[in-house]
Design a binder for this molecule. Structure first.
Ligand code: ADP
Length: 308
């Protein structure tokens, strides 16, 4: 397996087997002992399709006895924005949280099926979920800066990871990438809580970027923001995708249509084995297709506003 140089990052648990190196955006990542080489994807016309960075297969998630989502499978393309859409309660956030093992933090949650990242099973016994969350960062619905200075919010991840040198550079670079630097460069020591909602959300994006992820998961990142702040985040995400892969849960279909490359449409239907509704993936395709010529009637009803 080739390694393109750059720093090596280990996601494996210390003392559990030897690491295997996976190449990712010029950085080599050590995950586990058992790594399958990801298959390069070829589109049918021979053009090379975007590389798959994360693949979900037969994913089901249970909260206690309740199966919240069932049999979900789709691929997330590198340097693409993938949107997850569908009515409330169909499992979008649940699926999103599987991608960086955030469901581990919910006691009653149990995940079946597989999520692979660069071909590595993220639920493998040797994978450290903390390192997974560093490589696959998350931004939440409500901006949640720490009650610390702007600088300390962005420096937090690198500091926790033990970094001491070059923090100023990391903070500046992350704030520049999050399109916030010019607005805050003269008040880095001020409290992050004094920023506007839109600025706070861009700060949370900068905080995620400071840990040098290559995937960003976003759970309705604009739902608490006004249209202008929303527009800035959308513009930012379109700029970030040349370097990162983004997965976004959104209730805003126009937003999905504006910024995403591919869209997964979920719905919830009665589960044959219980009296509750379980989330399932109806259709996954290029965003233009999902909105213009979906292949499933349920998708068409949803995107044309005839759901329910
Ligand atoms: P969406 O993001 O599409 O609105 P969610 O993933 O939040 O859907 O929820 C899917 C289903 O799982 C819902 O029935 C919800 O009530 C249930 N659920 C979500 N989180 C939890 C949890 N922490 N504990 C128990 N049930 C949950």
């Amino acid at each position: 397996m080739s390694i393109r140089g750059g720093q090596a990052i280990e996601l494996g648990r210390s003392g559990v087997g030897g690491p295997t190196i996976v190449e990712t955006k010029g950085v080599s990542v050590a995950l586990t002992d058992e790594v399958a080489e990801p298959e390069p994807t070829e589109a049918e016309d021979g053009a090379t399709a975007p590389d798959t960075i994360i693949a979900l297969e037969e994913l089901s998630v249970f909260y206690g006895d309740f199966r919240a989502v069932r049999d979900v499978g789709f691929d997330i393309g590198q340097h693409e924005i993938t949107a997850l859409i569908g009515p409330s309660g169909c499992g979008k956030s649940t699926v999103l949280r599987c991608i960086n093992r955030m469901n581990d933090l919910i006691d009653i949650a149990r995940v079946e099926g597989s999520v692979t990242y660069h071909g590595v099973d993220l639920y493998g016994p040797q994978v450290d979920p903390v390192e997974v969350r560093r490589r696959i960062g998350m931004v939440f619905q409500k901006p949640n800066p720490f009650p610390k200075s702007i600088y300390d919010n962005v420096a937090y991840g690198p500091k926790i990871a033990g970094r001491k040198a070059g923090l100023d550079e990391v903070v500046e670079e992350s704030l520049v990438k999050a399109a916030l630097w010019d607005e805050v460069k003269d008040r880095l020591k001020d409290s992050a809580l004094g920023l506007s909602g839109g600025q706070q959300q861009r700060l949370c994006i900068a905080r995620a970027l400071a840990s040098n992820p290559d995937v960003l998961l976003m759970d309705e990142p604009c739902s608490a923001l006004d249209p202008i702040a929303t527009g800035r985040i959308e513009e930012l995400l379109l700029g970030l995708k040349s370097e990162y892969s983004v997965v976004i849960v959104t209730h805003n279909m126009q937003q999905a249509a504006r910024i995403s490359d591919r869209t997964a449409f979920f719905t919830a239907e009665p589960d044959p084995s219980s009296d509750r509704r379980t989330g399932l993936l109806v259709e996954f395709d290029e965003t233009g297709t999902i909105f213009a010529t979906p292949s499933d009637e349920r998708t068409e009803h949803y995107v044309t506003g005839r759901y329910g």
